[in-house]
Design a protein around this ligand. Structure first.
Ligand code: GDP
Ligand code: IMO
Ligand code: MG
Length: 428
């Protein structure tokens, strides 16, 4: 019996959605445990693309999908996603999707504060997705949040909104010079959400516990990436939740002894959306080529992703922070046709060599990558399904990653489609 956590090792968009969709075949339940609709997870099955922001990527494999207490949920986005999936013929009724009663709700003022703050901060902005994620987690921590369990009780919900909105409107108007929000409009809107979502709300910790006791297998789907983690990422250029594997337990309501494996998703190069330092970033024609060949545009905001070489300083950090048991290397096909490939193995800072990812952002921003150069390959590898079938230089690239970060590659992805995959060792 296996329960596996899947996390991003870089700055998000590593291809978690694809690998979660693939491995969901072997799971009974798929759980999102943090983040919100800042995530954009892409699945491609039989040539058809699906992007999910909140619903776990196990839905296409018809698995039970749970949204954990650690997630912040925008009910409008969730309902849209339910309608979208239903319109595609994917059944997503309350027997398939459950939402934790303890998950916090994204309110209209969260989005408004997020956008107005970013505008006010100008070139000092974080480059958030503007979905209200940070302000929602902020309210959770300061005990001004509203959970689904409160949404279901209209009296309590009105009382909470009444108190919180006064403060939010004061802040929006007087500090952020933004529009204020109307109490009655919010109440009416959320009454409607409450009615529609009530059948989905439950205690998912109990659902998971009962499933584990019945011998079922659980897949925990991380969002964002390790270097966007609120504690361990490039703070303050991070998201507002813990993205590392340890949070799967807290954000779903289970104990750590249940986890049997942790797979880190590694894009074969590095990308980042939004602001913040990126030592191995490319500003040349190779960077443009990777951006173009990899179609590196954000699945949530459509922004162009910044591209750079693979950075094993970051990856070693991810191995330790997540306790990775294996890797899934994605988008390897995108590197085809690049004559020589660089792998960052360390940073040079102020005349010395650094091997550990620094916490000080001024230091990180001044770090110069130290590269090891490997021969690339020109073959199209997207139709290859066995590791032995890959060109020798491609295999050398994978082996070098394993050596440098001392973690085995379990899965290799050579295209966006579910079937465009080489499974070396299935974690389930
Ligand atoms: P996530 O946020 O980690 O789930 O990743 P995204 O879905 O935001 O971004 C990954 C993008 O790469 C999506 O468009 C995927 O369809 C695509 N993708 C995933 N794996 C591969 C791969 O091996 N090769 C190629 N070419 N594209 C891939
Ligand atoms: P998936 O799950 C890539 C980035 C934003 C910004 C920072 C803070 O698809 O990998 P936020 O809206 O969370 O307050 O923004 O985090 N970010 C992501 N980047 N992939 C994501 O999710 C991201 N979710 C947030 O671009 O830099
Ligand atoms: Mg994404």
């Amino acid at each position: 019996m296996s329960n596996v956590v899947i996390v991003g090792t870089q700055w998000g968009d590593e291809g978690k959605g694809k690998i979660v969709d693939l491995l969901s075949e072997f799971a009974d339940i798929v759980v999102r445990f943090q983040g919100g609709n800042n995530a954009g997870h892409t699945m491609v099955v039989n040539g058809k693309q699906f992007i999910s922001h909140l619903v776990p990527s196990g839905i296409l494999q018809k698995k039970i999908c749970l949204i954990g207490n650690g997630v912040v949920v925008d009910p409008a986005v969730l309902l849209e996603e339910i309608d979208y999936l239903n319109s595609k013929g994917i059944d997503i009724g309350p027997e398939k999707l459950r939402i934790s009663e303890k998950a916090h709700i994204i309110m209209p003022y969260h989005k408004q504060v997020d956008l107005a703050r970013e505008k006010m901060n100008g070139d000092k902005k974080i480059g958030t997705t503007g979905r209200g994620i940070g302000p929602s987690y902020e309210d959770k921590a300061t005990r001004r949040g509203i959970r689904f369990v409160e949404l279901l009780d209209s009296e309590v919900f009105s009382e909470r909104v009444d108190i919180i909105l006064k403060e939010k409107n004061f802040y929006l108007k007087n500090y952020l010079s933004s529009d204020t929000l109307d109490f009655n409009e919010i109440i009416d809107l959320y009454k409607n959400y409450s009615k529609k979502l009530a059948p989905y709300i439950t205690n998912i910790s109990i659902v998971i516990d009962e499933a584990i006791k019945a011998g079922k297998q659980i897949l925990f789907e991380g969002a964002q990436g390790t270097h966007l983690d609120i504690d361990h990422g490039t703070y303050p250029y991070v998201t507002s939740s813990n993205t590392v594997s340890g949070n799967a337990c807290c954000g779903a309501g289970i104990g750590p002894k249940e986890i049997t494996g942790v797979i880190g998703i590694v894009k074969a190069y590095t990308t980042r959306v939004g602001q913040g330092p990126f030592p191995a970033e490319l500003f040349d024609a190779t960077g443009d080529k990777i951006q173009k060949n990899g179609a590196e545009f954000g699945a949530t905001t459509g922004r162009k992703r910044r591209c750079g070489w693979l950075d094993t300083v970051m990856l070693r950090n991810s191995v330790r922070l997540n306790g990775l048991t294996g890797l899934a290397v994605t988008k390897l096909d995108v590197l085809g046709g690049i004559k020589s490939l660089n792998i960052c193995t360390g940073y040079e800072y102020d005349g010395s060599i650094i091997h550990d990812f620094p916490a000080n952002l001024k230091v990180l921003a001044a770090c110069k990558p130290i590269y090891e150069t490997m021969l690339g390959w020109s073959e199209d590898i997207s139709s290859i399904r066995k590791i032995e079938g890959l060109p020798q230089n491609t295999r050398n690239y994978l082996s070098r990653i394993e050596e440098l970060i001392k973690t085995p590659v379990n899965i290799v992805s050579v295209g966006p489609g579910r079937d465009e995959t080489i499974v070396i060792n299935n974690p389930f």
